[in-house]
Write a protein that binds this ligand. Structure first.
Ligand SMILES: C[S@@+](CC[C@H](N)C(=O)[O-])C[C@H]1O[C@@H](n2cnc3c(N)ncnc32)[C@H](O)[C@@H]1O
Length: 286
């Protein structure tokens, strides 16, 4: 691990660092991060110029820097070697839980739409990756996304019986309901992250949907395998603070160029900024 120094928080936020993930983590104070949304190099699927990472030390340090109730989203898949899956993802999930102390909040699936036939001729086409959602203690933020159109929209429901024996009033079905834990995203031309020049970006919406679900405006979102900067870009767009790094100078340049593009904050981020009270003279001076 190379020497790495980080300015004190919050001065260190909203910046891209060229650093080993472990070096960045080691420089962060205990309980300073609300959420990690990241994706490590998968097995040896891509070599990233030969860079390696110390998974176990990174997992332990991640637990230290996450605030109580904070979430880690770990997007990962396995290589298939000699016809068998490595199961590295599962070993990592177990290490996070059994050794580090995280709880497995949800094993979610990222369904990768639009890749076509991918994988082995001796198995079904590979169409998904894990999104392990790990939490330190009791989860502090859950804003579930309700965007699944209800087929019965507008119909009057007679009202269900509750456990206490009372009955719901008849009501119209909502236009939308909460999603399942399988999230489907198109890759390829449908997603802006594919045009970054990085070989393995995750979709912008994937990062955005996790950030919206597990954090609130102003929270600190970390991605220590930053790649093309998808997590940082979506955190900033949604009024969160980010901190990110990549070991590769080339990808740090890519991130900085991507983040230098003009952007429009999301409507909710604008609304939140408008509603935040101006800091008092004493707060501003502090
Ligand atoms: C799967 S990619 C992440 C892609 C990213 N989610 C995006 O949307 O662009 C993994 C990244 O980890 C970086 N990496 C590999 N070893 C690393 C290490 N030890 N520390 C920090 N970054 C590392 C690679 O350079 C690569 O860009």
């Amino acid at each position: 691990m190379t020497d790495f120094t980080l300015p004190a928080l919050p001065g260190a936020l909203d910046t891209v660092y060229q650093a080993d993930a472990l070096a960045l983590l080691a420089a962060l104070p205990d309980a300073s991060v609300d959420c990690v949304v990241t994706s490590p190099p998968y097995d040896n699927l891509r070599t990233y110029n030969g860079y390696t990472f110390d998974f176990e030390a990174i997992a332990r340090e991640t637990y230290r820097v996450i605030k109580p109730g904070g979430v880690v989203v770990w997007v990962v898949a396995d290589a298939t070697i000699n016809g068998s899956e490595t199961l590295t993802s599962m070993r990592q999930a177990l290490y996070f839980v059994d050794t580090c102390g995280f709880r497995m909040h949800d094993t979610m699936i990222y369904e990768v739409a639009g890749t076509g036939a991918k994988g082995s001729n001796f198995a079904y086409w590979q169409a998904w990756e894990y999104m392990f959602v790990l939490v330190k203690g009791d989860i502090k933020t859950v804003n579930r996304i309700a965007d699944v159109k209800n087929k019965t929209i507008g119909l009057i429901r007679s009202g269900r019986w509750r456990n206490d024996g009372s009955k719901e009033k008849p009501h119209e079905t909502n236009a939308v309901g909460v999603r399942t834990n399988i999230w489907r995203y198109a890759v390829g031309f449908a997603d802006a992250s594919d045009k970054t020049g990085h070989p393995a970006p995750f979709p912008e919406k994937l990062a955005e949907d996790h950030i919206l679900t597990w954090t609130n405006p102003g929270d600190v979102v970390l991605d220590y395998f930053g790649g093309s900067g998808t997590t940082a870009k979506m955190a900033r767009k949604n009024g969160r603070r980010f901190i990110t790094c990549d070991i590769s100078a080339e990808y740090c340049d890519l991130m900085n160029r991507r983040l230098a593009q003009p952007y429009t904050p999301s409507f909710m981020a604008l609304l939140d900024a408008a509603q935040s009270p101006e800091p008092s003279a004493t707060e501003a001076a502090a």
